[in-house]
Design a protein around this ligand. Structure first.
Ligand SMILES: Cc1cc2nc3c(=O)[nH]c(=O)nc-3n(C[C@H](O)[C@H](O)[C@H](O)COP(=O)(O)O)c2cc1C
Length: 218
């Protein structure tokens, strides 16, 4: 599969088999990820691979619990539900849609490792450049994984439970975890977006402006 097709066919995968990922495939994906552009060649990044069964089981619980918190915070409560009932609904829903994370063979954490190359007064600019660079690396990985028939999904659910993840992998305070992904073989590769998301997809022409803001093509 070429890069254009892999970009077209990449989808967020939330249902995985327990089929292992080969070491050679994993190494190739990691190297392709780290060929992404990096602001000022700072390489203010690292990729942390989690394969050990107990550690990945713990991570799955962190992500599922975080997903529950996310769903409860962005979706409205059912009429009459108490905050506790709504939180429980979020958790039940996360278990339903993310349950296969408990047996996905591995996870990759996209980390920002600050290099402090900008002057102190511009560290906010540096932080943004570093996060963009990690996102580019992860997108390389997502697209390359798709070309190999492997699934990924950009995941930030750990933001809701970050101290647990930091202690799980022994992260020093200065290192940030903007995005993580499971990596594994999908039970089935999603074809197209689910109907709910398809409805939300804005026509690309409405998102493109020519020359001046406000001149969209559609
Ligand atoms: C910054 C960012 C954060 C995301 N966080 C999550 C997440 O925490 N959990 C999740 O299941 N999907 C997450 N996604 C995936 C999006 O939901 C998904 O990309 C979007 O619905 C479009 O679907 P597609 O990736 O199949 O094209 C995230 C995507 C981005 C770009």
């Amino acid at each position: 599969m070429d890069a254009l097709e892999a970009i077209r066919l990449r989808r967020s995968v939330r249902s995985y088999s327990d089929q292992p990922v080969g070491d050679a495939d994993l190494d190739e994906l990691l190297r392709l990820a780290l060929m992404a552009p990096t602001g000022g060649m700072a390489q203010a990044w690292s990729l942390l691979v989690i394969r050990e069964p107990k550690r990945r089981a713990a991570l799955a619980e962190i992500v599922i619990a975080g997903g529950g918190a996310y769903f409860a915070s962005v979706r409205p409560a059912q009429p009459g539900h108490t905050p506790e009932q709504h939180a429980q609904w979020g958790l039940d829903y996360a278990n339903e849609v993310l349950g296969s994370y408990r047996h996905v063979p591995l996870w990759i954490l996209g980390l920002v490792v600050p290099r402090d190359v900008f002057p102190p007064e511009d560290r906010d600019k540096e932080a943004l450049a570093d996060e963009i660079s990690v996102a580019f690396a992860m997108e390389n990985l997502f697209v390359a994984a798709r070309a190999k028939g492997l699934g990924t999904v950009p995941t930030v659910f750990h933001w809701y439970n970050e101290p647990a993840l930091r202690s799980l992998v022994g992260l020093p305070d200065e290192i940030r975890i903007p995005v993580i992904t499971p990596l594994g073989y999908p039970t089935a590769f999603p074809v197209g977006l689910p109907p709910r998301l398809k409805e939300l997809r804005r026509p690309w022409r409405t998102l493109v402006h020519d020359e001046m803001w406000g001149t969209t093509r559609g």
